[in-house]
Design a protein around this ligand. Sequence first.
Ligand SMILES: Cc1cc2nc3c(=O)[nH]c(=O)nc-3n(C[C@H](O)[C@H](O)[C@H](O)COP(=O)(O)O)c2cc1C
Length: 344
Amino acid sequence: MTRVIEQRKRDHLNLAQNEALNFSISAGFNRWRFIHNALPEINLSDIDTRCTFLGKELKFPLLISSMSGGVQESYHFNARLASAAEAVGCALGLGSIRAALENEEARDSFLVAREQAPTAVILANLGIAQILTAHSMDRVARFCEDLSANALIIHLNPLQEAFQPEGDTKFAGGLAAIQKWVQEFPLPIIVKEVGQGLSLAVISRLQGVGVEIIDIAGAGGSNWISIEGARLSEDQSVLKKTAQEFANWGEPTAEILENLSTNQFVIASGGLKRPLDLPKALGLGANMGGIAGILLKQALKDDADKLSEALLVWKKTLEMTMFGAGVRTIDELIGNRQLLQKID
Ligand SMILES: Cc1cc2nc3c(=O)[nH]c(=O)nc-3n(C[C@H](O)[C@H](O)[C@H](O)COP(=O)(O)O)c2cc1C
């Protein structure tokens, strides 16, 4: 089983780099633009992009969304992402810790993140399928403690699992399991999708069981149905062809934000491709943005300095947007629809 998980993680790192496997629909941020404010009545030096997340201060509201861990390649990958997160002051999500729970040798590729980012907000991650079936809460809590993780993300990925011949497709009882973990797990629980998105109805059901932080992880960027479809061989042609029918299945991130009204802490990930998508997500109501696929190639090959530079472009774009739109703080930007105009 461990070998199967490792090979799958390797396939994912390779295939997720292929932009042809992304959604062909966009997350919807391109349908919005900021209205230029030529009289901002603030000084550029007054702009403050800091925010608070899980009780800690970030230099700007960005999460490097969960990607990897558990295979040899992910040791340096997570080390680079972690030192970049520490340097620029954003948060870091790790890939599913399932591999480390099942194989001692896989632990280091996660633990290296805390070594490289001693003060950053680091989020551990595990699939709902594992929570429902295999792993005891104590075991997960112990590994989160070793990581000094600040929260645990539970990811929901029913269709991704369904398009894996070896996938875990037992999702019955998911909401009750989340409720139990929210009540009993020692760290805050965050719930996310992996790219098909959390619909308004699902977000409201999560709120009903006490989930205070959600990550939409919507459609528009990395597409796990298409990636799983590409992993299937020709002798699995029925499943492979069926995956093509689902190539644009999901909730576009900006559309969810546009219609969402909640007092939960909302992370918007899924299809944030350009740095300007971050302030747009905040203007539409998110508390924080998240990016994964767009960083993948760089995190696999470049050094942490180059990654930090890329992340600083996201931060600088946020700063310039705030100046150009005339808002001084992140709180003044979040949910301030008057700053935005819909293009279509
Ligand atoms: C290579 C790769 C591996 C991923 N692995 C995980 C994972 O282990 N757990 C998880 O919750 N999401 C995982 N994701 C999903 C991302 O966290 C994110 O929700 C999704 O890719 C949408 O964001 P994007 O469009 O910016 O890529 C992975 C994404 C990529 C690109």
